[in-house]
Design a binder for this molecule. Structure first.
Ligand code: KG4
Ligand code: ZN
Length: 337
């Protein structure tokens, strides 16, 4: 079995995964959402302190499995430096004490592997990753070759939902609030700009759309001045513009890329409205759509453990003294390393 740890942002999570069957034997996640909600976003130092309490609490429950562990896996990039540190310190200690190998895991690759929990690996695969930190289309050829075909130039999908929700006085994280309000809204009420509609660039940008929403909120008297219906209509109109932007750019890649299997991963892949749009697109381009099960869309240690199984098979280990934290930075097109 492999014990895996995730602490790249505001979720403290540990999982135990069986190597032969790829099944999750144990998985627990303590989310800090309510603590950060007061601030409308993640406060790194607070997150770090909460991980320092939650991770040892969860670890206590995994002790019965310690004898059967073959490796320890931990997210080391990208993420918040101070929170990654908490998971890494625990992983290094465990690997050293139990005298088993340590595996460092790239968070975005772990999101891709959320698709394969309890299953065999399916590659090649075209992946849309939409999370709080990233919007990317990645061509996954195999374990070592993952090429970023399109990436965000500013706010990610999840981030834009969070910021728009904050403007309208909704809770954090904003994605689920916006999606829920949008169900009761008229998506054609507000004429919001579809980002980069006339640009040949295959990239994502949501900060302009976010600012357009801000102007509408201000014109309606701010979040306190808006009626419930206005919030629903603005949420729906915003979500529609995000969809049109994602689909327009994805189409350009779908038209040229012959990979038949397509997947959406990351926290925002839980959004049913976006899922439906991609379902239609996949039918048009004769691609098969794959999704992770709902509980593994947002950050979790089970996906870290599933990636680690493939890394373990390749003996892709790292010396505990050499594991580096690579904090969040915007990644340009290129390989996912
Ligand atoms: O993958 P994730 O848990 O964390 C990162 O790696 O960033 O993604 C969290 C993001 C948040 O920004 C959240 O608002 C967004 O995923 N999200 C959604 C939905 N559920 C979560 N965005 C849109 N619609 C949703 N239903
Ligand atoms: Zn994530």
């Amino acid at each position: 079995m492999i014990l895996s740890i995730e602490s790249s942002c505001d979720d403290s999570s540990i999982a135990i995964t069986r190597i032969e069957t790829k099944e999750v034997i144990y998985h627990k996640k303590i989310s800090q959402e309510s603590e950060h909600a007061n601030y409308g976003g993640v406060v790194p130092e607070l997150a770090s302190r909460l991980h320092a309490v939650a991770l040892p609490q969860i670890l206590e429950e995994t002790k019965p499995y310690f004898d059967e562990l073959k490796a320890i896996a931990v997210t080391n990039q990208p993420g918040l430096g101070v929170t990654l540190l908490e998971g890494i310190a625990m992983a290094k200690t465990l690997a050293t004490l139990l005298e088993i190998p340590l595996i460092s895991v790239h968070h975005l690759k772990a999101h891709i592997y959320s698709l394969f929990i309890g299953k065999e690996t399916l590659m090649p695969l075209l992946v849309l990753l939409i999370s709080g930190g990233h919007t990317q289309i990645i061509e996954v050829k195999d374990f070592t070759e993952m090429k970023i075909l399109a990436t965000s130039m500013d706010d990610s999908v999840g981030e834009s939902f969070d910021k728009v929700a904050k403007m309208m006085g909704l809770g954090y994280p904003g994605g689920p609030y916006i999606e829920k309000l949008a169900l009761k809204g008229d998506e054609n009420r507000f004429d919001l700009p579809v980002p980069m509609r006339n640009s040949p660039l295959i990239a994502f940008s949501l900060s302009g759309l976010k600012n357009a929403v801000r102007l509408e909120v201000e014109a309606l008297g701010g979040s306190d001045g808006m009626s419930e219906q206005e919030k629903c209509d603005l949420a729906a109109s915003f979500q529609k513009a995000v969809k049109l932007h994602l689909i327009q750019k994805s189409k350009k890649i779908f038209a040229k890329n012959s990979i038949k299997d397509f997947a959406i991963v990351g926290g925002a892949s839980a959004n049913q409205y976006l899922r439906n749009a991609y379902d239609t697109l996949c039918k048009e381009y004769k691609k098969t759509m794959h999704l992770a099960s709902f509980e593994y869309c947002s950050d979790n240690a089970a996906m870290v453990g599933r990636y680690a199984i493939d890394a373990y098979a390749r003996e892709n280990f790292i010396d505990p003294d050499e594991i580096d934290i690579v904090s969040t930075k915007k990644q340009q097109n290129g390989m996912l390393r």
